[in-house]
Design a protein around this ligand. Structure first.
Ligand SMILES: Cc1cc2nc3c(=O)[nH]c(=O)nc-3n(C[C@H](O)[C@H](O)[C@H](O)COP(=O)(O)OP(=O)(O)OC[C@H]3O[C@@H](n4cnc5c(N)ncnc54)[C@H](O)[C@@H]3O)c2cc1C
Length: 177
């Protein structure tokens, strides 16, 4: 096995991955997990942002360097305690939205803004029919798979559908998840 770190993929065609200026790798199966990039339309927006991925820098209260602009979710790099910004996950975006919404109202009223800190509730991954859960909040076992992990993954999706559209649609979607 050959693991390369710190290299940037410049181009991929049907047979080859081109790395940097000179390196080429032939492949049979390519799994691309290239990471998060901001939207093209953010490229020319005059806000403090990462020049490569156009994600907008925001404080823990979601305010950018323009006091009238707030940023959350994948399009933002939100300050957190430590070196790393908030992770680009639905879990984080969902949590952030609750506080960001309140902060918009606070900003309009001239009140102090709340600072948000991401709380990692754990990781649940499903691939095909299989699932695994790790470090899930309030669970006594650190890592587990099988039916409990599959049910948990479905429950997370159902909860989201319930929050957005109501319990009827969540129940309807359950057999297809
Ligand atoms: C395959 C996949 C699996 C994932 N699985 C998980 C998971 O299991 N758990 C987890 O926590 N996270 C997961 N994520 C990450 C998660 O989906 C994102 O972090 C989350 O959706 C970010 O929310 P958001 O609101 O910032 O952006 P989005 O959900 O991407 O919403 C952005 C919206 O803006 C719209 N938009 C874009 N450009 C414009 C424009 N110019 N004008 C108007 N509207 C525009 C888009 O159409 C979209 O509706 C996954 C992501 C992918 C791709």
């Amino acid at each position: 096995m050959n693991i390369k770190c710190g290299e940037f993929i410049g181009e991929v065609d049907e047979e080859t991955v081109y790395i940097g200026d000179e390196d080429e790798l032939d492949y049979d199966v390519l799994v691309w997990t290239g990471g998060i990039t901001g939207r093209d339309c953010m490229q020319d927006v005059a806000l403090d942002k990462d020049e490569r991925n156009h994600r907008v820098h925001a404080e823990g209260n979601f305010r950018t360097d323009d006091e009238h602009v707030f940023a959350i979710g994948d399009s933002a790099l939100i300050d957190q305690p430590g070196d790393q910004p908030a992770p680009p996950t639905a879990q984080a975006a969902w949590q952030a939205a609750e506080v960001a919404g309140e902060n918009l109202a606070r900003a309009a009223r001239g009140q102090p803004l709340k600072t948000w800190t991401h709380k990692d509730k754990g990781t649940v991954v499903s691939v095909g029919e299989k699932a695994v859960a790790h470090d899930v909040m309030n669970m006594p076992i650190e890592t587990f798979g099988g039916m409990p992990a599959k049910l948990l993954k479905k429950a997370i999706a159902a909860r989201w559908i319930n929050d957005v559209t109501g319990v009827g649609r969540a129940a309807k979607a359950w057999p297809d998840m």
